[in-house]
Design a protein around this ligand. Sequence first.
Ligand code: ZN
Length: 279
Amino acid sequence: MIVTSSGTEHFVFDGHVHLGRARPYQTSNVGVDAYHAEDLIRDMDQAGVDMAVAFPRAEPITDYTSGNGYVLEAARRYPTRIVPYARINPYFADRCLDQIDQYAARGVRGIKLHPFKDFGATAVNSVDFIHPILERAGRHGLVVIIHSGGPWNATPTLIGDLALSFPSVNFILAHAGGELEEDTMVVAKLLPTSNYYVDCAGVHNPKTIGRLVRALGADHVLFGSDRASVPYGFEISKIARYAALDDQTVAGILGGNLLKLLGIEPDVAAYQRVDLAAI
Ligand SMILES: [Zn+2]
């Protein structure tokens, strides 16, 4: 929990962490070869982060059996801190659907798709390629977080099309559409469904967070750090200090909204308090 200068306490739930080993060609933009569960817990403790969603780092030549296994094991060791999602590589088409069944049985709460790194030649709204995966995820009540941004196959519009096609599945646009954040806000206004969420990972201008709140609704904007890439201090402070949001909105973005989305009710008394000014 973080404690603000006025003494308000906020439960902090990070919806976007990459755990495990990185392939050599992936280290340049992350800076570390491996980000283990112990590294994450240490960083969370320092920054007042109570829970974190974790999924594997990019290994697009694999079906993520190894990476997902690592994340599941981390969640088993830290059940009150780490919530597992499975990263799915749609190129392993036949295996994917069975994998989703198995991961759901092992406790994952969502799936992660990365159109840019894992299936760059195919649009994320492909009926033949992606719809079966989403149908299966929906059957298990899993949320679907998708890297969003400028890559042609990961735009807010294509993900909006998925939200229309699968109204009972909740979609989270990682990075809020990135450089296409304006498109995210327009799509959110046009969509008749309420299953279109964003995380703030990498949103660099704190003012954008207030605009996302107005466009999507305060309960559809989520905290996500993209650890190990970005330091917690910036990702939390831009929401809790620099975005000029009221306490209730901050509380929702930092943790309340994702707790509600996943139906998790933590024992908040059991988590440590950290001063916001110290992170
Ligand atoms: Zn990420």
